[in-house]
Write a protein that binds this ligand. Structure first.
Ligand SMILES: [Zn+2]
Length: 112
């Protein structure tokens, strides 16, 4: 519980800190890459503590955090964080088995 409270405080501070610059091109601090579970396409959305996150284009909770496979050149939905920490193989690409990372070419941002 103590950790959750600390996390919440941190998130609040981060949100405050970024509140002024809405057209900052280096928005990686407030946004991240997701994969929409309905369309299986990679999109950029605001960071969210709750997943699936809301896709602003559809209003549905269908966005899962994504990991990039440089071998396939594709973003794939990431397994839950607990699974990533527990099972190292969870970071492997479901298609080719290569290690995936959170870094990759960013897709288009979602237009609400
Ligand atoms: Zn792959």
């Amino acid at each position: 519980m103590r950790f959750q409270k600390l996390l919440l405080t941190t998130v609040t501070l981060v949100l405050w800190g970024c509140g002024s610059g809405n057209s900052d091109p280096t928005s990686h601090a407030t946004q991240m890459v997701y994969v929409d579970l309905h369309t299986n396409t990679a999109v950029v959305g605001d960071r969210s503590d709750v997943v699936p996150a809301v896709n602003p284009a559809t209003g549905e909770r269908s966005l899962m955090p994504a990991l990039y496979c440089s071998n396939c050149g594709q973003w794939h939905p990431s397994p839950p964080l607990e699974e990533l920490q527990r099972i190292p193989a969870a970071r492997q690409c479901p298609q080719c088995g290569s290690a995936m990372s959170a870094d990759g070419p960013w897709p288009e941002a979602v237009q609400p």
